[in-house]
Design a protein around this ligand. Structure first.
Ligand code: SF4
Length: 490
């Protein structure tokens, strides 16, 4: 597989990786189908909600500290702007950075723009952003509306780039283009690799790119102990920092779904090796991750010491947690591949994984290396998982499934889902910080939080007793995947 950096637009996940978000079966069945390239979606004939690539692209771009972002779209596509700024301000406080709002504008496409075109408005907004924010780069994200009317966003950004003398980057991420919202991450990274990253001047032997969201800093200490330093990308970087990510000794990802495109592109274009391993969640994956990182950065000896020390440090507390959590039924609802990683972690805690609702599935990653296939790693190391559902957050399926499986605890990664577990009287744990579960300490973090969550059983049962679900027995008595169509094998 190779990344096409010549094209101004990213190739969507469906055609590039064969990704899909419709599957019912077991985890092993899904892995087998993926390996045999037989993973063909069973189209849902009904969907309740979804997310959009544009929002995922913005999530990677809006917190670059000295850039400006323009969403070339109607105002309705800006509904999540406030959420981005909320995250931005909260994380600035946590990082002790000066407090400022995101530099984020909308071109506010209206009815007349749909008829006469929105190009002039976009040009004016780019100039406005340049004067107002004095950015080092401007990113322009597209929308369904701008794409339907055929605005030449690529041509306009190229023209304004020459005029203003800073990168003005076209990010093609209109929502209707891909059913896999993670395509939006790729769109943002495609723009960064094409227009921002520069060829390396000198190599930084100790620097390791960490492609992440905006989680807590757990890598500085771990990497310091093996003589390395993390370079967290992309949120809260500067344009100058991004220009130099080609100089790093390696790239790691906290989630291959997030980082697959950028990591593969950095290796392909600039020879920065991508660490080919599942991310470090759970004991075995953490061992494997650090050993692979050690190989790439020639720190094998230091890594073995780290693994020995960390395993010893957590062993007693981990045994206690396992005693308390043994056999407790857990259901995981999260995005791929973070959700896959959590499945391994739950097994390490001795829990009984009764099922999973994972938001989409990538049968392959951009590097084409099976060592990064987290689901396969989990199945090979911990065994199969029944009730494995690939579902883009269709709440009607989730509520029906939970009602049938009745887990002791529900683990969710997206806030919009946590209320549903509670409404059913299931203690529910929402962890937004993906670094919370990283490495050896992350296993203890999760184990202790799950114990706290289990203690809420009476509280959530009371809430459930006073809640009315919007779904009637007509739906709750049916198969949760009733609306999945027949499988098409090509
Ligand atoms: S880009 Fe399309 S799918 Fe995304 S928010 Fe706007 S209208 Fe909705």
């Amino acid at each position: 597989m190779s990344i096409n950096t010549k094209s101004s637009e990213v190739e969507i996940r469906e055609s590039r990786l064969g990704s899909n978000n419709e599957f019912k079966g077991t985890a092993r069945e899904l892995c087998d189908k993926s390996t045999q390239n037989k993973f063909c979606g069973r189209k849902r004939s009904f969907t309740q909600c979804t997310e959009c690539s544009s929002s995922r692209a913005l999530s990677m771009l809006v917190m670059i500290r000295d850039s400006a972002i323009i969403n070339h779209a109607p105002l309705g596509c800006s509904a999540d702007f406030a959420e981005f700024n909320f995250t931005n301000r909260g994380e600035q406080i946590r990082r002790k950075l000066p407090l400022k709002n995101v530099n984020l504008l909308s071109t506010n496409l209206e009815e007349k723009d749909m008829i006469y075109g929105g190009g002039a408005k976009l040009e004016a907004t780019i100039r406005n952003a340049y004067i107002r924010f004095k950015p080092k780069a401007i990113f322009v994200t597209t929308s369904c509306a701008s794409s339907i009317i055929g605005d030449d966003v690529s041509g306009i950004t190229d023209k304004l780039e020459s005029e203003l003398g800073i990168p003005v980057v076209y990010i093609s991420c209109e929502g209707f283009k891909s059913k896999i919202w993670a395509t939006g991450f790729d769109s943002a990274f495609h723009g960064i690799i094409r227009k921002i990253v520069k060829p390396p001047v000198k190599k930084e032997k100790k620097l390791v790119n960490v492609i992440n969201f905006w989680g807590s800093d757990v890598f500085t200490d771990l990497f310091r102990r093996i003589g390395l330093k993390p370079n967290y990308i992309v949120p809260f970087t500067t344009i100058e920092q991004l220009e130099k990510i080609s100089e790093a000794a390696a790239t790691v990802e906290v989630c291959p779904t997030l980082g697959t495109y950028l990591a593969a592109a950095l290796e392909q274009e600039y020879g920065v090796p991508e660490v080919k391993s599942p991310p470090p969640y759970g004991l075995k994956a953490s061992d494997q991750f650090f050993r692979e990182l050690g190989k790439v950065t020639h720190k094998e000896r230091e890594v073995e010491i780290l693994i020995k020390q960390e395993r010893k440090r957590i062993s007693e507390e981990l045994e206690e947690l396992r005693d308390k959590l043994k056999g407790k039924k857990v259901y995981v609802c999260a995005g791929a591949a973070h959700g896959h990683s959590l499945l391994g972690l739950m097994n390490d805690l001795g829990m009984n994984v009764v099922g999973a609702g994972i938001f989409h599935h990538d049968p392959h990653y951009d590097n084409g290396n099976k060592k990064c296939d987290v689901l396969k790693y989990v199945v090979d190391n911990y065994g199969d998982i029944k009730n494995f559902n690939v579902c883009n957050k269709q709440v009607f399926e989730l509520v029906n499934t939970l009602n049938k499986l009745k887990p002791d605890v529900l683990i969710v990664r997206h806030g919009s889902l946590s209320a549903w577990g509670v409404n059913l009287g299931i203690p529910t744990l929402l962890i937004g910080d993906e670094q919370f579960g990283i490495s050896y300490q992350g296993i203890l973090n999760y184990g202790n939080k799950i114990l706290d969550t289990l203690a809420t059983k009476e509280f959530v049962s009371n809430i459930a007793a006073h809640s009315e679900l919007p779904y009637t027995s007509w739906w709750m008595n049916q198969d949760p995947q009733t609306f999945l169509g027949r499988e098409k094998i090509e």
